[in-house]
Design a protein around this ligand. Structure first.
Ligand code: RFL
Ligand code: PHB
Length: 390
């Protein structure tokens, strides 16, 4: 089989890229290791920057998002009962984020791609990339008990942190930069009304907590936990007790608890692999970088990569101009590193680090104090949270 662009990975990055190419009459095929049901059962991000909302509009998959997505103009950062409101609207001249689940974004993209007849292989096993440094790269894999070979002009590696695309670059050209945090986030989903209209990020000496939501009837809460904790040791009651102990008193008192419908632990990591392209291979999203979820940047960075890559490919195929492709890695990385810095900073501010000494703890307290008292500091936080320009 032949195509113009073969896309490895049917997560948000791969699907959004496929949709933007398909709308521009560029032939592509998506290869996904998991079943569609599995992909659509993964609960992940929920906060969309305006840049991603605009890109979903460009991809013509935003009708459900416009109908049910919630626009958020502010959020709170709290330490015990000390609450600092970050008013994005006022601080950034009207910027906001939209709360709409990554699962729903993925579902909308699958629906649009199906309707357009884009080829998507699910349950693809043993994907391998070949001849990337020639004009005729191809991939091989097995699906539906058959061996497949697909030749393409370009390969887009959108296969997440554990996928084969990044590994296909020779180690001599790749540079990995990494920080692994000594804790994880235990997240739950519950069919209860959210405790507040906006998100609340809470720092506490026993660990971080976050109140988020998916809708007026569906809440998402997180607590920081030791990285080697077993989710089986976290009963619902234990989760609610720990969450309440880390929230401002009035918030804890008004929290409505209920049975959890999903519970999982995610590790926290900061990671960047450079460069993001090599000959005919282009990486996008978690395949090239990971951020800790504290700044809600993972999905949004995948989107800005796809913005740069889709526009570069469209320019190549429609105008025979490869400038965007040549500049892709440097352009995407410039934005990636700013989001890495912001996510790292927010993680440092709000989490309990087991090895931190008293001096570092005092610095953390001073950082929050400064944030509360300085409009400039709040503006910097609001501008990054709402999302830097593409
Ligand atoms: P994804 O979503 O990981 O999709 C990659 C896809 O590639 C497939 N794949 C393969 N396909 C073919 N062959 C192979 N060999 C393959 N290997 C893997 C995978 O099955 C998958 O479908 O990456 P993408 O598209 O770059 O999107 C990035 C976002 O998903 C990610 O940044 C965020 O979800 C990160 N993230 C969160 N971000 C937030 O902003 N807020 C959150 O609350 C949040 N929670 C999370 C998260 C990531 C998590 N992971 C990756 C463990 C919670 C979790 C559990
Ligand atoms: C979420 O709703 O899952 C969420 C929100 C904000 C974050 C991380 C996760 O920073």
């Amino acid at each position: 089989m032949k195509t113009s662009v073969v896309i490895i990975g049917g997560g948000p990055a791969g699907l959004l890229l496929a949709r933007l190419l398909q709308l521009n009459d560029i032939d592509c095929v998506v290869i996904e290791r998991r079943s569609r049901e599995y992909v659509l059962s993964r609960i992940r991000a929920g906060v969309l920057e305006q840049g991603l909302v605009d890109l979903l509009h460009e991809a013509e998959v935003d009708s459900r998002l416009q109908a049910v997505g919630e626009v958020h103009r502010r959020f709170d950062i709290a330490f015990h009962d000390d609450v600092c409101r970050i008013d994005m609207d006022k601080l950034t001249d009207g910027k906001s984020v939209t709360v709409y689940g990554q699962t729903e974004v993925t579902r909308d993209l699958y629906d649009a791609l199906d309707a357009a007849g884009t080829r998507i292989f699910h349950d693809a096993e043993g994907v391998e990339l070949h001849e990337l440094d020639t004009d005729a790269p191809y991939i091989t894999f097995e699906a539906n008990e058959k061996k497949h070979r697909i030749s393409a002009q370009f390969i887009a590696g959108c296969d997440g942190f554990h996928g084969p695309s990044r590994q296909a670059m020779p180690v001599t050209v790749r540079h990995d930069y990494e920080l692994v945090y000594p804790f994880g986030w235990l997240g739950i989903l519950t069919e209860t009304p959210p405790v507040a209209e906006e998100l609340i990020y809470a720092g506490h000496e026993s660990g971080f907590a976050l109140c988020s939501l998916r809708s007026r009837a569906l809440s998402r809460y997180y607590v920081q936990c030791p990285i080697d904790d077993d989710v089986a040791d976290w009963s619902d009651d234990r989760f609610w007790d720990v969450l309440k102990s880390r929230l401002p008193t009035d918030v804890a008192e008004s929290l409505i608890t209920g049975p959890t419908i999903e519970k999982s632990i995610a590790p926290l990591r900061s990671f960047v692999s450079e460069p993001m392209s090599w000959h005919r291979l282009f990486l996008a999203g978690d395949a090239a970088h990971i951020v800790p979820p504290t700044g809600a940047k993972g999905l949004n960075l995948a989107a800005s990569d796809v913005y740069y890559l889709s526009h570069a490919l469209i320019r190549f195929f429609n105008q025979n101009d490869d400038t965007g492709l040549i500049n892709y890695s440097a352009t995407a990385l410039a934005r990636v590193w700013k989001a890495e810095r912001f996510s790292w900073w927010m993680t440092q501010l709000l989490h309990f680090f087991p090895n931190q000494n008293k001096f570092e703890q005092r610095l953390r307290a001073a950082e929050f104090d400064y944030l509360k008292s300085s409009r400039a500091a709040q503006t910097a936080l609001a501008e990054n949270y709402a999302g830097l320009a593409y």
